[in-house]
Write a protein that binds this ligand. Structure first.
Ligand SMILES: NC(=O)c1ccc[n+]([C@@H]2O[C@H](COP(=O)([O-])OP(=O)(O)OC[C@H]3O[C@@H](n4cnc5c(N)ncnc54)[C@H](OP(=O)(O)O)[C@@H]3O)[C@@H](O)[C@H]2O)c1
Length: 383
């Protein structure tokens, strides 16, 4: 039996992971489920998955669960408790699926403890990719991607020569505004932005997909996950989200991974690749799909993809700035404090205000992250 801690169990990835766990109760068991505020969802999960521990990082939400959890399910609160569950000696694997850089301490602690880590929480690698992967090399932890594009690339790299890779290609659906008149983008509402055509995801990543900031973050994620030089990283629009990622080799051969768009596929792959687990996703019927389309990314329509070039070419401080500013601006848009087009404008301002320097350890990461969040709030106030 393999024991899992799920960080972000109450979110969209957590929901897909719970589905996989319930399909494989003979092989996997939830040791700890970690959520933040959604105590109603946690109560449902505690009944269906029967973990040994439930942690709500928000004390008020934990209070709501007191006396309501099933027998033998114990309750804790706070980020320190989440970290303890990510490093507990009973735990074989940690699924890192909190949203935002707030998930970094627990995911990094799991890596330091040498756990197998299924990584959905891409902001960890954007903010501290160099430190995260170096820590994994030192501890022997296996970091397996859960992001569908990276899970695809992981599969396309398996069994091939790393030095023969000429390009890693991440696909992007183009989100809900791929064909929208650019002149009307400033009127986009949060409801329109979270309505992704192919994927059912949490609010933050859905808005990131609409701005294509998600693909920008994913390029940085790929850089660290696969130890890939920035000039080998690229993205292409593929509206059907059937091809999730590709790797081109020096002989001109391209290896691609295809599947129906359903996060249970990458989660099952991260949990166990050999032998593969059944995941519940529909089998791919290419004859039914009939065609797969691809087009170059239009940087005029998606200016986040213009910004990412400088970030990838620069030092780590720029990636921290990109992520922190985007988290603040994304939330401000969802709270209707700024327009959709302001998101990338504000991130660009934050990048211009950021130093382009190498980053010296985690304390430096957090002080830069805090400073950029403060600056971004001031840019938003002065819009
Ligand atoms: N959804 C997808 O299909 C998908 C695909 C690829 C990658 N990802 C990545 O996976 C991560 C999770 O995405 P998601 O779509 O599952 O997000 P989500 O549905 O919004 O869930 C986020 C999770 O993080 C928790 N959380 C939020 N704020 C927190 C805080 N301050 N401290 C501790 N926990 C906190 C939430 O807890 P409560 O809900 O209890 O407050 C929830 O469990 C993101 O990094 C995203 O980019 C997601």
């Amino acid at each position: 039996m393999k024991y899992l801690t799920i960080l972000g169990a109450t979110g969209s990835i957590g929901e897909s992971a719970a589905d996989i766990l319930l399909r494989h109760v003979d092989k996997f068991s939830a040791y700890a489920l970690v959520g933040h505020r959604n105590h109603q969802r946690m109560l449902e999960l505690a009944h269906s998955l029967r973990p040994r521990w439930v942690v709500m990082t928000d004390a008020g939400a934990a209070g709501q669960l007191k006396g309501k959890l099933p027998e033998n399910v114990q309750l804790e609160t706070g980020m320190d408790a989440a970290i303890a569950m990510a490093t507990d000696s009973h735990v074989d694997m940690v699924l890192a699926a909190m949203v935002g850089a707030v998930g970094l301490p627990a995911a990094l602690a799991a890596v330091k403890a040498g756990k197998r880590v299924g990584l959905a929480n891409k902001e960890c690698l954007v903010t501290a990719g160099r430190i995260f992967m170096q820590t994994a090399r030192e501890s022997g932890a296996e970091v397996v991607p859960v992001d569908s594009e990276h899970a695809a690339v992981h599969q396309c790299l398996a069994g091939h020569d790393h030095d023969s890779v000429s390009r890693v290609i991440l696909t992007a659906s183009g989100g809900p505004f791929r064909n929208r008149d650019p002149a009307t983008m400033h009127t986009v509402t949060p409801e329109e932005a979270v309505a992704h055509p192919n994927w059912d995801m949490g609010a933050k990543i859905s808005v990131d997909s609409a701005t294509m900031m998600n693909k920008a973050l994913e390029l940085i994620e790929a850089r660290w996950l696969f130890d890939m030089q920035p000039e080998k990283l690229s993205a292409i629009i593929h509206p059907q989200s059937i091809v999730h990622g590709m790797v081109e080799y020096t002989d001109g051969s391209v290896v691609a991974q295809l599947a129906e768009p359903d996060m249970r596929g990458p989660i099952a792959y991260a949990m166990q690749a050999k032998p593969r687990l059944t995941s519940g996703i529909s089998m791919l019927d290419l004859a039914k799909h009939g065609r797969l389309d691809f087009q170059a990314v239009d940087e005029g329509r998606f200016p986040a993809m213009r910004l990412i070039k400088n970030v990838l070419a620069g030092h780590d401080s720029l990636a921290i700035a990109l992520n922190a500013a985007n988290e603040v601006a994304n939330q401000a848009f969802r709270e209707r404090r700024i327009s959709f087009t302001d998101i990338v404008c504000v991130v660009e301002q934050a990048l211009e205000a950021s130093e382009d320097v190498s980053v010296d350890g985690l304390d430096d990461v957090w002080s830069r992250d805090r400073e950029i969040r403060r600056l971004t709030e001031s840019f938003i106030t002065n819009l």
